[in-house]
Design a protein around this ligand. Structure first.
Ligand code: FDP
Length: 340
């Protein structure tokens, strides 16, 4: 990227302008998606602002669990969830919502209903909030099958049926990464404008990477293909250089780095968690969708991640995602294990 040129750029491609441009390629489109996205973006701006102030807000609330107005202080993840649920319902474009924070799906009342189902994790990586490390919001969007009769099955579709997915990372800068099925684009929040500006057009993940990202503290419980793969990252036998290890422990941050620099992110199954840790609908699917759209791959240890058909809204799955060639290697190790 040419930063000198960018600093003087005056033709700003905001996220709304970008999506409107995309919309104009589909003459039948009525702008529903643009409206929905605007509400998601609003939620992200709110969370970004709340995350930036979290430390200060905590100081103000130290005397008890109340703030200066005497209102109860809400935990950031609960607050973020409320903001997204309200923003999504008020868009008038949604019918079924699945949030990491809520046990049951929310069915929007008929008068405010639209054709989209949104699955989201309002604040992912929440164990990192209190130390100021990058966290994020993740979302995936399906189209309802019958607008008049939204059902739970509308969100239990394979990930490949998603019409859009993305995340917002609250890091050293606030970045919104989006795919509507025609590639991946990244937008950075300009805080002085309050607008997300296109800064990373048409993101493509490098075909092979130099980084692996996994919680190695779980290594004693891993299965054989994962153990062999990580061993190979550290002690390659084919003359390739060893890979570097980077693990933030916030899925959004670890996947974002993987998308930009290449490499592999793993959250495998282990003896203690045979289905892994990460949730299919609002972690595995959206990130797998973005990876594939950027030219990478996502694999569960058994199959292409986006072919999985979830049976429950909070289902979990092991996941390996990242650069095309790196995922080929882990797939080969699982295939060899099958042959035994
Ligand atoms: P967290 O528990 O902090 O909310 O699924 C949530 C998640 O973070 C992901 O963001 C992250 O990739 C993963 O869990 C980290 O899990 P470990 O602490 O087990 O490594």
């Amino acid at each position: 990227m040419d930063h000198a040129r960018d600093a003087h750029r005056t033709d700003l491609m905001t996220i709304t302008r970008f999506v409107l441009n995309e919309q104009s390629k589909h003459p039948a489109s009525r702008g529903d998606f643009t409206i929905l996205l605007n509400h998601i973006v609003l939620g992200c701006k709110f969370v970004c602002s709340a995350v930036n102030k979290a430390g200060l807000a905590k100081l103000i609330g130290l005397a008890g669990d109340t703030n200066v107005q005497g209102e109860e202080q809400k935990k950031l993840d609960v607050l973020s969830n409320e903001v997204f649920i309200k923003a999504l319902i008020s868009s008038g474009r949604t019918c079924v919502l699945v949030s990491e924070e809520d046990e049951e799906a929310t069915f929007v009342e008929p008068s405010r209903r639209g054709k989209y189902c949104v699955m989201f994790d309002p604040l992912d990586g929440s164990s990192n909030i209190d130390c100021g490390v990058s966290i994020g919001t993740i979302f995936g969007i399906y189209m309802v099958k019958d607008e008049g009769k939204p059902k739970i099955d509308d969100v239990l579709q394979p990930g490949k049926n998603m019409v859009a997915a993305g995340y917002c990372m609250y890091g050293s800068s606030c970045m919104f990464v989006l795919s509507t099925g025609t590639g991946v684009n990244g937008f950075t929040l300009d805080p002085s404008l309050g607008e997300f500006i296109l800064t990373h057009p048409n993101i493509k993940i490098p075909k092979k990477g130099k980084i692996y990202s996994v919680n190695e503290g779980n290594a004693k419980n891993w299965d054989s293909p994962t153990t062999k793969y990580v061993e190979k990252c550290k002690f390659p036998t084919d003359g390739a250089p060893a890979k570097s290890l980077r693990y933030v422990g916030s899925m959004v941050a670890d996947v974002h780095r993987t998308l930009l620099y290449g490499g592999i992110f793993l959250y495998p199954a282990d003896k203690k968690s045979p289905n892994g840790k990460l949730r299919v609908l609002y972690e595995v699917f959206p990130m797998s969708f973005l990876m594939e759209q950027a030219g990478g791959q996502a694999f569960t240890g058994k199959q292409r991640a986006l072919d999985l058909v979830p049976k429950k809204i909070h289902e979990r799955s092991p996941i390996f995602l990242g650069s095309y060639d790196d995922i080929e290697e882990i797939k080969a190790l699982y295939a060899a294990e099958e042959q035994k």
